[in-house]
Design a protein around this ligand. Structure first.
Ligand SMILES: [Zn+2]
Length: 351
């Protein structure tokens, strides 16, 4: 109990968590002031967001580039069929649920693709970065930013029934590039597309990530175990790998030589294949003029069967489905070919 009854009342909802002695009321007070950036709000991201908001962080910024589809509901715990019917982007749908779960937490939704052009701004004023992504490109970007700015981040990856989790405390623990100098070549690693993914394994992965994050945010970095957890939940195999030697004996280009190539990335328009979607995201150049969804919608014919809300415009184009976001990005579904996707966007939205 403190001398401040209002504060006691605000903390009462966390009583079970504060009873856990290593966290305690002291840890809870730290959490209340913690500011977190979550990049990616799909399978891992929804569990991470739910856990941290319910645990009582002060602020969570949720960044996601995508909308919700029916086959997401198997594992993306913050979404439901109503969100799909309402055509809500993941970030917005998540934020609405999170605010209902804990109105004491400030939750900000950002519908955008985190990339070299915006990630530093997205991380402005936060204490920790959380990896809810499904691709190496963004993880190496987060690692660059974290090491450059001395921000802790928590890596997590899950496929099939397997997961990997590691907290990175720049200057103290190995970074991602101490372990892997570069992302694996495209197509060489299994994806949720090819190997599938079990929700139970996702939940374990994200829960282990959230645990390390809560240690850091509650001022208990001394409690970090400093290991990479690797598991196969189907086989019941769990390992805690000591990665410290990778930092001590390595010659990491990121945390030793301070090279940040992923942060320096180009700013041209990009087309990237989305993991497991038969879809391509087309991103306009950073200096492109803003897009007015209404004007694009007005140009479409009746055949386009366009639906629109304040966040996105969705329409049929030839044999494709195009979802255009207010930030100018388009997701073209029905192709895995970047060139085809670009030309569909150029034809219906404008180059
Ligand atoms: Zn390193």
């Amino acid at each position: 109990m403190s001398a401040d009854p209002a504060l006691d009342a605000a903390l009462a909802r966390y009583s079970r968590q504060m009873l856990f002695a290593p966290l305690g009321e002291q840890g809870q007070r730290h959490l209340r002031h913690a500011r977190v950036l979550l990049v990616g709000c799909g399978a891992l991201g929804t569990v991470l967001a739910s856990t941290l908001v319910r645990a009582g962080v002060g602020f969570l910024r949720v960044v996601d580039r995508d909308f919700i589809e029916l086959d997401n509901l198997q594992r993306q715990v913050l979404f439901d069929e109503h969100d799909i019917a309402a055509n809500l982007p993941k970030a917005e749908a998540a934020a609405r649920k999170l605010r209902r779960a804990n109105s004491a937490v400030e939750v900000e939704a950002v519908v955008a693709d985190a990339g070299p052009h915006n990630v530093a701004a997205l991380a402005e004023g936060v204490d920790l970065l959380l990896d809810g992504t499904d691709n190496f490109e963004t993880r190496f970007l987060l690692n660059d930013l974290a090491v450059r700015d001395g921000l802790p981040w928590v890596y997590g990856a899950c496929i099939a029934a397997e997961g990997l989790v590691m907290a990175v405390l720049p200057g103290r623990t190995p970074c991602l590039r101490c372990i892997w100098d570069a992302p694996p070549p495209a197509g060489e690693t299994p994806t949720c597309d090819t190997a599938g993914v079990l929700a139970a394994a996702v939940n374990i992965t994200a829960s282990l990530q959230a645990l390390e994050a809560i240690k850091i945010l509650s001022g208990r970095t001394d409690a970090l175990h400093g290991r990479m957890i690797s598991f196969d939940a189907w086989l019941g195999r769990f390992r805690a790998l000591d990665m410290q030697p990778a930092r001590e004996t390595g010659d990491c280009r990121c945390c030793v030589h301070r090279e940040f190539p992923y942060l320096a990335g180009d700013r041209a328009s990009r087309a990237v294949l989305l993991c497991g979607r038969n879809a391509v995201q087309v991103t306009p150049p950073a200096d492109a003029a803003p897009i007015e969804l209404k004007r694009v919608a007005a140009r479409l014919g009746r055949d386009a069967r366009a639906v629109q809300n304040e966040f996105l415009l969705r329409f049929a184009a030839d044999s494709f489905q195009v979802t255009l976001f207010a930030d100018g990005r388009a997701i073209v579904k029905g192709t895995a070919d970047a060139g085809v996707a670009r030309s569909v966007v150029a034809k219906y939205v404008g180059a």
